[in-house]
Design a protein around this ligand. Sequence first.
Ligand code: ADP
Ligand code: MG
Length: 672
Amino acid sequence: MTGNSNICYVKTVPDRCRVCYTCVRECPAKSIRINEGQAQVIPERCINCGNCVRVCSQGAKQIVTAIDAVEELLRGPDPVAACIAPSFPVEFMQDYEFRVLVGMIRKLGFKLVTEVAFGADLVAERYRRFIVQNKKGQWISSSCPAVVGFVERYHKDLTDKLVPIVSPMIAMARILHHIHGKEMKIVFIGPCVAKKAEARSNKVAGEVDEVLTFSELREMFEKNKVDPQSCEPSNFDPPRPALGAVFPMSSGILRAAGISEDLVTNDVVATAGIEDFVSALEEFASGNLDMVLLDLLCCSGCIMGPGITSRETILQRRTRLGHYVDYRLRGLDKGEWYTQMTRLAGLDLSRTFDPKIQTLEAPPTADIRKILERMGKFTPQDELNCGACGYATCREHAIAISRGLAETEMCLPYTIDELRQALKEVEASHARLQDAQEALMHSEKLASLGQLAAGIAHEVNNPLGVVLMYAHVLLDECPADSSMSADLQMIAEQADRCKTIVAGLLDFARQNRVVLQPVDIRDVVSQGLAATPVSEGISVVVQNELEDPTVEIDKDQIVQVVMNIASNAFAAMSDGGRLTIRIRQENGSVFLDFIDTGVGIAKENINKIFEPFFTTKQIGKGTGLGLAVVYGIVKMHRGDISVESNADALRGPTGTVFRIRLPRRGQNEDAA
Ligand code: ADP
Ligand code: MG
């Protein structure tokens, strides 16, 4: 097996990652990158502590399994030894006695089942000797592979401070190879992910063949239907341990080594846990610590390792381990243990370490500033340092973004702001869409009304002409003073009125032609006003904002528009008021705004006023054709007409505004 220092033994299950940033926050090596909505581990930065596996509530982070590789070893020709980590009682002794567990492991095909705790005994003894001989220096314990990985990557200068002694796992492999020969294959079974990486690290590669977690061992039992009832219980194979069994607890190494208080009074500092080991290393690097050995474990002791499936609390686990160690120590053959320790006293347990280039240059301040501004953080007060993104400060988050490890969306306050903004925009565009839809429905309705009107008008127009013609013929033949003549006069007059209505309908239906000619729009407005009788108490104001008043329109038709709208406005101001006509320009179009202070148009009517024959006036006073004709004429000019009105005095002054848009240069051929 060749060594490779950058293998990552944690994989992401893509569909399960909900991007909650918990793993980002909890990763001591900041080795998790958010990319395309997935939290991915960066192998070069990962120390394989497995903390992300433990903290991910969605099970999106999983440990890479070695089950297949181990099964292949077991099928192979060489004998395979299982080396069980000393934390095993925490995992298995809720379910069965240790002898049953040993029997079950043998059933899987392992030739030997041994306790790594004996390796720990030997390692502890070497530590004791090392400390005594190197009291002048300052050292960091090197039994925890995650701590070693962290030092190698992020405290390169401290790699020569790591105690140059192998971990109990490697020690046990060397012991078994020493006793049983090189062909003995070694499978370590424990609570740890980092052990998988340690087994393949350049400096100790080829000593341990495979590493299983306790949970993988459980899987193997299940897969191979290993039943505790049908297994023959047996003891572990020698060499059997003494106090090395307490190794997986914080400061266990010191207890196992019997490093007594009077030997190195206050000279040993022990700490365990993700945050504590990182800050302890920082303190160590700063040179502020006055001690000889800094004993560090990454998890809160190996009994809390990510490869353990137990749900017990740390205190329950400690008690469980304590009971086991106590039981085993009482039955320990001390003479035998001593013999083994002496026999192996000369075994080489040394190792070296392998600093890895991982230091990243700090990005320029200006870049960080820019990124912070992108997240809406312009002043130090804007930097909330809420930690929701997984980084302790906004600045650290910005640095991670500049290194491509994080995304701006991870900033919760920023994302909430963005969402609010987006929501507002969606609401606004929804409102605009609704308006447009209403306008469209309205104009469609008017268009189909127009078709109907045009149809009727055409059919009625000709017979009407005939009636009118014959009425005149008869009128000519009839003596002027006869009573018949008066009746014929009446027929002709009413038929004429019908003709006007039909002409109006044709206007509305846009069936007539417009003849566009350049005219002075001011003249058109005043002609229209002059032809509209106005009652007392009403004032009319015309405001012209056009520099060039020449507009291409059909003069007669626009005069009619002015007349119709003005007469409606006057009718709405029977108690007096003011009509303002503003002539203005906007984006190449001319606008005619008719603003009156009349009674206004009731809300329920505003959508109906352009329909032919809609009127609120008394019979005989209104035909309901005025605005229909206006609408038709404006459309024939390729213009638009809109209306705004308030008829509710409680809401403010009543009145109505008609806005007519006309293209400055008409398109004759289109309009025809
Ligand atoms: P008519 O004037 O024959 O009733 P119109 O098509 O000209 O027909 O007008 C339709 C209706 O629109 C009017 O009956 C009136 O209710 C309403 N209306 C039009 N213009 C105004 C206005 N300036 N103020 C108040 N109501 C108006
Ligand atoms: Mg009218």
